[in-house]
Write a protein that binds this ligand. Structure first.
Ligand SMILES: [Zn+2]
Length: 238
């Protein structure tokens, strides 16, 4: 079987933790590789606690957020890379798309995961989606011989946003993260600037675990993460 190579791209440095830390740990535990890219540190829009400190600076917030995300990724065994493009608003130029496409050509992901296309509460998450979708197509072409360097087509999914119904998110895949849930909790605990999200995403994993049990009848599933496929998965038979 082909080695699984998961690439997760978030708009902000903590996004991958809440929404996909379980699957990152899962794939690595099963012998695959995972790389996490943060397009920004979320230094302005998602670091509120850090700005309560007197005399705080943007550079200091970014360095704390880098350390937190790198520590979270280390709990999962993943590589972390930050593009540091700034947030609120996240502005992505052609050169940045090209940089992500180059990273994809190097890493050769078999699975790419990012934000859904819609998010009425966040200006940066849809930008991340567009960036990833464009870079992925610059990398995979149209599945035919192309006039630029390509990588094999990858699976393409989006992770669960904070308010799924309002982001057009329909869960089509549940990943059982029961036996890596402690790693996800440890990764979430590193996100000290967003303490309030930790209980929320612990509960979300329990809810999705309940749904996954219902779908499969597998009572051993306790926690799960939800994803939505954007391209069909192709199987030899149903
Ligand atoms: Zn975010």
């Amino acid at each position: 079987m082909q080695e699984k190579r998961l690439l997760v791209v978030g708009a902000h440095s903590a996004d991958f933790v809440w929404r996909s830390a379980g699957v990152v740990a899962r794939i690595i535990k099963d012998g695959g590789r995972a790389k996490v890219v943060a397009l920004s540190y979320g230094e302005r829009g998602e670091s509120g606690e850090l700005w309560k400190v007197a005399g705080q600076t943007e550079e200091n917030v970014k360095s704390i957020r880098h350390a937190e995300a790198a520590a979270a990724a280390a709990h999962l065994g993943a590589e972390f890379e930050a593009f540091d493009l700034g947030d609120y608003p996240l502005n992505v130029g052609d050169d940045d798309v090209a940089r992500l496409a180059e990273l994809m050509r190097d890493f050769q992901p078999t699975i790419v995961v990012t934000h859904p296309e819609i998010d009425p509460f966040n200006p940066d998450h849809p930008v991340a989606y567009t960036t990833v979708a464009k870079a992925r197509l610059m990398t995979s072409g149209a599945g035919v011989e192309s006039g630029f360097k390509t990588a094999p087509p990858s699976e393409f999914l989006v992770f669960e946003p904070h308010q799924p119904e309002l982001c057009g998110f329909l869960p089509t895949v549940f990943v059982d993260i029961t036996d890596v849930f402690e790693q996800k909790k440890a990764a979430m605990a590193e996100m000290k600037a967003q303490q309030y999200l930790q209980s929320y995403y612990r509960e979300r994993a329990e809810h999705r675990g309940n749904h996954a049990r219902k779908v499969t009848g597998n009572k051993a599933i306790r926690q799960a993460e939800a994803f939505m496929r954007l391209v069909p998965n192709v199987v030899a038979s149903l």
